[in-house]
Design a protein around this ligand. Structure first.
Ligand SMILES: NC(=O)c1ccc[n+]([C@@H]2O[C@H](COP(=O)([O-])OP(=O)(O)OC[C@H]3O[C@@H](n4cnc5c(N)ncnc54)[C@H](O)[C@@H]3O)[C@@H](O)[C@H]2O)c1
Length: 292
């Protein structure tokens, strides 16, 4: 069943990679798409990627406009909402795929880079949802998709990328609590695909090599499902890569719990033996996963 038909969708990062594939699929499925991206096309350097994607959607019989806006600027959230409302009268779907990264050891990372990447990857999500939520709340319907990353658990390469993606996960979890009562469902994708951002995304969820590179088009159907009326889940985290779709457990329960006694405080010395003794089973079995 086609359940995005006639819905108005904003797609950030819609000019390339997984955002592009999502925008194209939403367009094919009958959504009216606002494609946001800042990048210029590599093949046609005088053109913006978002313009080309919007043109392609229209050429395939769909409806779309482009917004060549910079997501490192907070006001872009409002600009996108205004553009969507001006063009199509409302907003039903906010799909936030845009992302940027910088590989740099933490002691070499500078404040300007930290602030810029935090803005693109995380803060502008807040800006966009802040302005879109009242419209969705009023109509009692909305779908929000955030793109995070397994790098939120650390990847040994980029403190700012990991920190910003961790922020995305917390934000998405919170939206799941806050907005679901208003009919607005939020979910989060932790993807993997070979793209311009990650040309070497060739390892599976458990860190084992994948023989065939898997393109960004493989992630689009799951993204569009989460954008659709059919999606009843909210506040969940999905791993999506190639043919694999997985669910990350989202609960607040620790994997192990030891209580010393009623209101008795542990000593530092006790903890230095208790922690390894109690949790080593977990540290030992923890899979060495690939994280991006
Ligand atoms: N490819 C992977 O394996 C992988 C893994 C984990 C997470 N991700 C996440 O998935 C999302 C999509 O990434 P992708 O791999 O398709 O990369 P991509 O580079 O192909 O697409 C990201 C898009 O975001 C746009 N963008 C970046 N900064 C912007 C800005 N300031 N303003 C407007 N647009 C901006 C880029 O121009 C680009 O078109 C990102 O959030 C990324 O962090 C990707």
């Amino acid at each position: 069943m086609n359940t995005v038909k006639g819905r108005v969708a904003i797609v950030t990062g819609g000019g390339q990679g997984m955002g592009r594939e999502t925008a194209l699929l939403l367009g094919k499925e009958g959504a009216k798409v606002v494609v946001c991206d800042i990048a210029k096309s590599k093949e046609q350097p005088d053109k913006y990627c978002a313009d080309l994607v919007a043109e392609q959607i229209r050429a395939e019989g769909g409806e779309a406009i482009a917004c060549n806006a910079d997501l490192s600027i907070f006001e872009t959230g409002k600009k996108l909402v205004d553009e969507a409302v001006k063009a199509y009268g409302t907003i039903d779907i906010v799909c936030m795929v845009a992302g940027a990264q910088k590989v740099q050891p933490v002691d070499e990372l500078d404040e300007a880079t930290w602030n810029k990447l935090m803005a693109i990857n995380c803060t502008t999500m807040f800006s966009l949802v802040h302005y879109a939520a009242p419209i969705m709340k009023e109509k009692g319907y909305g779908r929000i998709v955030c793109y995070a990353s397994r790098a939120a658990f650390g990847n040994g390469k980029s403190a700012i990328y990991s920190a910003s993606k961790g922020g995305v996960m917390g934000f998405a979890a919170e939206l799941g609590y806050e907005l679901t009562p208003f009919g607005i469902h939020t979910n989060c994708i932790l993807p993997s695909a070979v793209t311009g951002l990650f040309p070497n995304s060739k390892v599976a969820y458990d860190g084992t090599p994948k023989p065939d590179p898997e393109g960004p088009d493989m992630v689009a159907p799951m993204t569009v499902y989460l954008c659709s009326e059919a999606c009843e889940q909210s506040g969940e985290f999905f791993y999506v890569s190639g043919c694999d779709v997985g669910l990350y457990p989202r609960n607040r329960l620790p994997v192990g719990l030891i209580r010393k006694g009623n209101k008795e405080k542990w000593t530092v010395e006790e903890l230095s033996t208790m922690v390894p003794e109690t949790f080593d089973w977990y540290f030992a079995t923890k899979q060495k996963t690939s994280t991006r």
